[in-house]
Design a protein around this ligand. Structure first.
Ligand code: THU
Length: 151
């Protein structure tokens, strides 16, 4: 078993049925958001849904650009949406991406850093799902980005 497999094995996997109701709703909201993905260059439709401590939900999807680098990922789009409504405290985020088969997509490094910015006062649960929701991994921002950069 290599190092990466070892770390992955420590992460909790669960079925859609096992997910607590709130987290299931969050994942379904992420799935719905993915339908609005603007991804003409990759065709990779990602959806994210953030659960605020207030109970409010904010969704995001990836928005691509011909210049490639201006592309914003679904996770950051959800954070921007919440912040735009004055919400900065989060409990959980669900992300669904269309990686092939059993592969569960997980947030890119930039999104991990941005999520970490909002987990200073407590960790944020991260629910990751493959496209069909047959594989779901429960992790957290601290687990995905140990030793984050902070000022
Ligand atoms: N993408 C996300 O939306 N979230 C991630 O965590 C990884 C990548 C998007 C960016 C781009 O539009 C497409 O997926 C392919 O990289």
């Amino acid at each position: 078993m290599d190092k990466v497999d070892f770390i992955r094995k420590k992460m909790k996997e669960c079925t859609l049925q096992d997910l607590p109701q709130g987290q299931r709703e969050l994942l379904l909201a992420a799935e719905k958001a993915a339908m609005n993905s603007y991804s003409p260059y990759s065709g990779f439709k990602v959806g994210a849904a953030l659960l605020a401590s207030s109970g409010e939900m904010f969704t995001g999807t990836n928005v691509e650009n011909a210049g490639y680098s201006p592309t914003i990922c679904a996770e950051r789009a959800a954070i921007v949406s919440a912040c735009s409504s004055g919400v900065q405290d989060f409990q959980a985020i669900a992300v669904i991406s269309p990686s092939s088969g059993d592969t569960v997509g997980s947030p890119c490094g930039v999104c991990r850093q941005v999520l970490s910015e909002f987990s200073k006062d407590g960790d944020i649960t991260v629910i990751l799902s493959n496209a069909t929701k047959s594989r779901i991994i429960i992790t957290s921002v601290a687990e995905l980005l140990p030793l984050p950069f902070r000022l």
